[in-house]
Design a protein around this ligand. Sequence first.
Ligand code: G
Ligand code: G
Ligand code: MN
Ligand code: NA
Length: 250
Amino acid sequence: RELEVDLRQAMVTGEFEIFYQPIVSLATGHISGVEALLRWRHPREGLKLPGSFVPLCEEIGLIVPLGDWVVRQACRDVAWLSDHLGIAINLSSVQFKQHGIVSTVTQALSHANLDPARLELEITESVLLLESEETLDALHQLRDIGVRISMDDFGTGYSSLSYLRRFPFDRIKIDRSFIQGVEAQADCRAIIRAVSSLGTDLGIDTTAEGVETKEQLRALIDEGVTEVQGFLFSRPVPLDEIRTLLVNSG
Ligand code: G
Ligand code: G
Ligand code: MN
Ligand code: NA
């Protein structure tokens, strides 16, 4: 397993990087936060996306130290970047199977001197699929220290709605497959409308992911989602580029 050897090596030699994608608040029209997206700068193959290595990292447990590194680094990065922007970090279900995610997050916040309210942890239904008390405990503890928890890729799972009852999420991220169909497919539009209104009723923020066109943005504004994210605003970029982008957008 050459990939496994390469991954363990990458951890030691520091080949991982974090890219950031801006998230725009529709209430203000300004960037309200960034999502941390992991990248691997492979010495021979170039920049690799998480889809090509995160699953194996989860399988071999490397996602735990790697995920810890992402949390620490992203908290430091956003503290350097701004005194108010939010940071959203993706967590794997494997990180909840081990003890320690709560202390990792607590320490990262304190080392970066970051207000916990600026940190949002994105989980997918795979985290709640475990149905473990420990996982729910960890999520509640994170909430208790002031961190926000969002449900990522909403609408792609088997029973997304039931997960909203299992844990009181602070945000729903509507999967980009719905946004891509928002103009041409009436069902996508209806689903986005329903999720947005559900968010309003439950007091949960709603982010539309994968916004690529002005027409999609128009529809999302009309449907009342609270935040938008996608290539229309910016691709995920390295930290120095996000800094430039922020300076230029005021
Ligand atoms: O940009 P994109 O190809 O970067 O990301 C694809 C997927 O990889 C996303 O669904 C996201 O949830 C996942 N991902 C990105 N960064 C991380 C990370 O730091 N940890 C984990 N566990 N998943 C990540
Ligand atoms: O965590 P999550 O599954 O939501 O990861 C976000 C993924 O979506 C990343 O792979 C990121 O590169 C990708 N992405 C972000 N914006 C867009 C977009 O506008 N269009 C498409 N096709 N992908 C996007
Ligand atoms: Mn995400
Ligand atoms: Na997502």
